[in-house]
Design a protein around this ligand. Structure first.
Ligand SMILES: [Zn+2]
Length: 551
């Protein structure tokens, strides 16, 4: 068991961190002995323990000698093949030989370790919980978007514990039998082209389908076939308005054909023509959608009958609880069910939004992502509970089609977009968690025609061993994992005895698993074993485990 000593102001952050790094722990109590103690510089403990890990680079066992601190707006630590951005104070230790992580600015070690009379003390040059509080609060700027920072903090902690000679028990953030989860989502913003008569959307479509497509072809960004599909679509426009031709934007059900048995989640806007509000004043008029739920009701029925989910694409729910309740009710009027999932239209959100959505009864939100780039706004691949909420889970949004391809955003060719997305898939395979993808309703139709890219993306995700699930299923799986409590953990010389129980069980979802990392073999005179790949064993966790697992 790990004892964790942090100031009370960081207790909520520590609780959430150890839901993401799901390992046996408790807040440090003076009358208990722990094999491992984690503390921050602000909460020093004189603990009797075999391994003391002091974040912030302070502990009563350490001196300030050789410690160099900086309060630059951002520092980087190199750790294995990655860079960890540090948003608060970051220190290095002159002369430290610990080969775990290094401050990029001066190349010195960010970790200092000593081993005296069988007790190992490890100082780490930043405050983990301040960093996690920043990531789960304001989040990462665009230029750090592709860094799964929280997962790297977890990996670093795990490596320190195992290299100090201890096993590491955890419930990883991926279901048994899968490397990670995938949440395919579709924001339904423009499901009826016919409703856009002589407006900006129609003008934009006409330009991009004709001159824009010709330019893209000349620059070798699209094929001749795709150019022709666009010109043919533009030529059909008068016939669509005259109701003599099918509306190709009203064909988002084709996602069911493309996705096959992989379920997805469709976020639909509850009120037609309502642009909503910003914090001060009204949102731009064009934020209001031009369709009503009754126009897509039949399609939604067929989509849900096929195993997919419908949820709220919110307008003002991010600002106040009454709007959240109203938006749920509008959808319920049409479809007669309760809707507990939401993503805000245009990703409007602020730091108070999670508690507003929580109070409105939403079980999950999926708005925390970037409009202009892809990656990890909250620094994590995992579903998490935003601070100051009771029940709401956040399914972070990682990849949005428009961010990849729009000229004002990343403006990538499909080849370059593939490279970017492959990096995120690799991260998901390595760290677990969920990869959340938003492909808009009309992105498979002219003029975007990003359907082939999407098909290939699905194939790649499947090949990487992903579990495909709706947003509600992904939230449910993480809820099940969060419900696990470790009732007993004992480390023997060659085995670990563990008793763990799930209090939430959903037999329709894949099981979580228990993973036990083997301790590295250490030389008694050295604080750390040599670096290498960590070995582990997995066991399925159906409802409870009470057993001794050999290492
Ligand atoms: Zn939207």
């Amino acid at each position: 068991m790990i004892g964790v000593s942090v100031p009370e102001s960081q207790h909520d952050i520590a609780r959430e961190f150890f839901q993401l790094c799901k390992t046996p722990w408790q807040f440090w109590k003076a009358d208990q002995e722990y094999q491992i103690v984690i503390c921050t510089g602000d909460a020093v403990v004189s603990a009797k323990t075999q391994l003391l890990i002091a974040y912030g680079g302070h502990s009563e066992h350490s001196s300030t000698e050789g410690k160099k601190s900086s309060l630059a707006s951002r520092s980087y630590i190199s750790y294995r093949d990655c860079r960890i951005p540090i948003y608060g104070e970051c220190s290095s230790f002159e002369g430290s030989s610990a080969d775990v992580a290094f401050k990029e600015a001066n190349g010195e070690s960010s970790v200092r370790a000593t081993r005296i009379e069988g007790k190992t003390t490890v100082e780490i040059g930043y405050n983990l919980f301040a960093e996690v509080g920043h990531l789960l609060g304001p989040g990462q700027p665009d230029d750090c978007a592709t860094c799964p920072t929280i997962e790297l903090h977890i990996s670093l902690l795990r490596e320190i514990i195992t290299r100090a000679g201890f096993p590491f028990v955890e419930i990883p953030p991926s279901p048994e039998g899968f490397s990670f989860s995938v949440c395919l989502t579709h924001d339904v913003d423009h499901p009826v082209l016919r409703n856009h008569f002589f407006d900006l959307t129609m003008a934009g479509f006409l330009y991009r389908a004709t001159l824009g497509a010709a330019r893209a072809y000349l620059r070798r960004r699209i094929s001749l076939k795709r150019l022709w599909r666009n010109w043919e679509a533009a030529g059909r426009l008068p016939f669509i308005y005259a109701k003599l031709s099918d509306d190709f934007w009203h064909d988002f059900e084709r996602y069911r054909e493309i996705e096959g048995k992989k379920p997805s989640t469709f976020f639909v806007i509850p009120q037609r023509g309502v642009p909503g509000r910003q914090k001060t004043g009204s949102a731009p008029r064009k934020r209001g959608c031009k369709y009503s739920l009754s126009e897509i009701k039949a399609a939604l029925e067929r989509i849900t009958a096929g195993g997919s989910e419908v949820a709220v694409h919110g307008i003002d729910a991010w600002l106040d609880t009454e709007s959240g309740l109203l938006e749920q009710a509008e959808l319920a009027k049409i479809r007669g069910a309760n809707y507990r999932g939401i993503r805000m239209h245009w990703l409007y959100f602020d730091e108070q939004s999670p508690s507003k959505l929580d109070a409105a009864g939403f079980c999950y939100d999926s708005s925390l992502g970037y409009n202009n780039t892809v990656g990890y706004r909250s620094g994590t691949t995992q579903v998490f509970q935003p601070l100051r909420t009771q029940k709401l889970l956040e399914i972070p949004l990682h990849v949005m089609d428009t961010a990849l391809f729009y000229p004002d955003y990343l403006n990538l060719s499909e080849k370059d977009a593939h490279t970017v997305v492959t990096t995120l898939i690799r991260n998901a395979s390595r760290f677990g968690g969920v990869l959340t993808v938003n492909w808009h309703d009309r992105s498979i139709a002219p003029e975007r025609l990003w359907d082939e890219f999407y098909r290939e993306l699905l194939e790649e995700l499947h090949a990487a061993g992903a579990w495909f699930a709706t947003a509600a299923q992904v939230a449910g799986w993480f809820q099940m994992r969060r419900s696990a409590t470790f009732e007993k953990v004992e480390y023997g010389s060659n085995e670990v005895t563990v008793r763990v129980r799930l209090s939430v069980i959903d037999s329709t979802l894949p099981h979580p698993k228990i993973r036990i990392y083997k301790p590295c073999k250490i030389d008694a005179s050295q604080p750390f074993a040599a670096a290498g790949e960590l070995e582990f064993t997995d066991s399925p966790l159906t409802s409870a485990i009470d057993s001794t697992i050999n290492l």
